[in-house]
Design a binder for this molecule. Sequence first.
Ligand SMILES: Cc1cc2nc3c(=O)[nH]c(=O)nc-3n(C[C@H](O)[C@H](O)[C@H](O)COP(=O)(O)OP(=O)(O)OC[C@H]3O[C@@H](n4cnc5c(N)ncnc54)[C@H](O)[C@@H]3O)c2cc1C
Length: 382
Amino acid sequence: MDFELTEKQKKIQKTAAEFVKSELEPIAAELDRTKNREMLLSILKKLAGLGFMGITIDPKYGGTGAETISFSLVMTEIGRGCASTGVTTSVTNMVAEVIQGMGTDYQKDKYIPPLCSGEFPAGGFALTETVAGSDPAAMRMSAVLEGDDYVLNGQKIFISSAEFSGVFVLWAVTDKEAKKGRGISAFLVEPSFPGLKIGQHENKLGQLASPTNELILDNCRVPKENLLGVQNDGFRIAASELAGGRIGIGSMALGVGLAAMDYAAKYAKEQALGSGALADHQGIRSVIAENYTRLSGARLLLLRAAALKDQKKYYAKEASMAKVFATEAANRACQDALQIVGDYGYTQGCPTERFFRDARVTSIYEGTSEIQRLIIARELLR
Ligand SMILES: Cc1cc2nc3c(=O)[nH]c(=O)nc-3n(C[C@H](O)[C@H](O)[C@H](O)COP(=O)(O)OP(=O)(O)OC[C@H]3O[C@@H](n4cnc5c(N)ncnc54)[C@H](O)[C@@H]3O)c2cc1C
């Protein structure tokens, strides 16, 4: 077993780290406070320029052609700087990947290059509905073939980047009579298709610069060549793509946790307490040691899941283990970092306040912690 990254992986990680330090970290607090759209779009464009919007995508479509390990490394670095940017990058990579994996030549040629180049600021992943969050097979969005178009009706909720996505992978029921989960299909939907409206904007606790909206489809006509994969096979596509997405979200959460702990550790060394520094106290040292140990474990689990994916081996259980562990370790690290800093840590001027809010959702979206545990147990007890 070799724990060394390859030279190429180290280079990609370094490029991401340098970009985050010089361009993203300095504006992250302002992005969070102002939700400045232009500022976010400009950062996304630069990330695309670095090849981070299609990290695992074939260069013939404008991607970087790297492996999932590099994707994980990049997502952690972006997470260190700004989780709102991180989730947008992770989902856009996931959308490009599902099109590369399941799309026709027409779909790949049409939609992947603009995702990778930044012409589309982001890609959207539209699965969740009011009655279908943890249980997406319960969705009600319908798609009926009429002539050369599918006609879609229904509503999606909590869709990240909906306001500026260039394309959505969107799921709808194509066979109401089929057994649960067997009659769902995936579609590539453009925001300009007639009948698609961006609905309510959610006011959230964290990741404030990443907009989250409803999508309303009212007799939305989607050309039949935009069916992704085989009709009624959409649930399998969603499940397999979410497993890859979980590596992205877990890696991004790891970055938030590391940033929080790095801040708290530095603060503890510099802050006076009694005759010495805060960091001289055993209780503080122990909390810092425990958190870095957990975050290191998270890193290993994430890289194991990524390596299995790269080797084209089964990795869904490992991706769920990595996601639940990394996101919970990140939440714990952000909570403990804020505690170490104390009163100032709880104020809006201190990054621990933002890290604490930003980490929270990572154990909810792309499958809650409870759902990850169900997936892991189902595999273990099979
Ligand atoms: C900021 C944000 C961005 C999002 N972005 C997207 C996006 O881009 N695209 C998209 O499709 N969705 C998105 N979502 C939706 C997200 O994926 C769902 O919130 C998530 O899947 C959980 O669904 P739910 O919130 O409806 O919870 P529910 O399914 O209603 O669950 C409620 C609670 O019950 C628990 N629970 C449910 N079933 C079980 C069970 N069988 N056993 C034990 N516990 C259970 C859950 O873990 C949870 O704690 C986003 C959500 C947020 C908050």
